[in-house]
Write a protein that binds this ligand. Sequence first.
Ligand code: SF4
Length: 310
Amino acid sequence: MNAVWIDEAPAAADATANSLKIERETHKLEKRLCRQVGQAIVDYNMIEEGDKVMVCVSGGKDSYALLDILLKLKARAPIHFDIVAVNLDQKQPGFPEEVLPRYLSDLGVDFHIENQDTYSIVKRVIPEGKTTCGLCSRLRRGILYRVADELGATKVALGHHRDDMLQTFFLNMFFAGKLKSMPPKLVSDDGKHVVIRPLAYVAEKDTVRWAQHREFPIIPCTLCGSQENLQRKQVGEMLREWDKKYPGRVENMFTALQNVVPSHLLDGTQHDFKGLKATGVADDDGDKAFDPPSFDLLSQAPAALRIVQG
Ligand code: SF4
């Protein structure tokens, strides 16, 4: 009997302490996600009074997290807006078509499933072995914009997060020679839709943890048989490695995207280098060309980002 008490009591206490710790961490995670999404919405004026936000749900962790957090924010937002979840069933072999309707019905959110066999079109048009993602995404985009019109949606919300934006930034720099990321808000190429990315400030590791906690019924994204974009994968690994080795680096890089100094880059279309003339007036904040560069980055970070970090 004693042995039972002596052996089991610490284990039970450990389990309780552990579950309390998990609960605390999850609560912190939920608060952080809501705060970061709310901050991005405010910073970029993503959602306005009376908006109908079409949330594109693919069945991946990020779009589930986006819908989940937006629903939480809607319940307490100072403005009224509606949400409609939309999934495009592209008829990929093995797509479990019952999963999303069941999940969305249980959630009680308005939703629409659009059935369009883009898979067959892509297979027919693109030769075997060539990458199918370009055509597939163009088709998907066109269909989703049409659905947004039909549903009367005023905003189209996508589940890209901070790490997608940084990956895109590096891919553009490495392979396209451009300083260009993924915008948090844009007008679509047909000029008719406003696309928003409310997870812009959210780290991917947080959507992973949230998806585990909420037990989202994840649908694998490899059903089309296309290889994952190797370059994007490599850049993603590079960022994860840096995040492990140099804490704070990823956050600083993301801050940099909000803190651009065109006069200290080399793009003559963004800054009038040719017309630059001495003013003859001393300026304490002016450029000190002969001083070593300052790397006090966080002190220059937009206040909003400093609030949402951590
Ligand atoms: S991975 Fe498959 S579903 Fe996704 S864009 Fe590429 S071809 Fe389309």
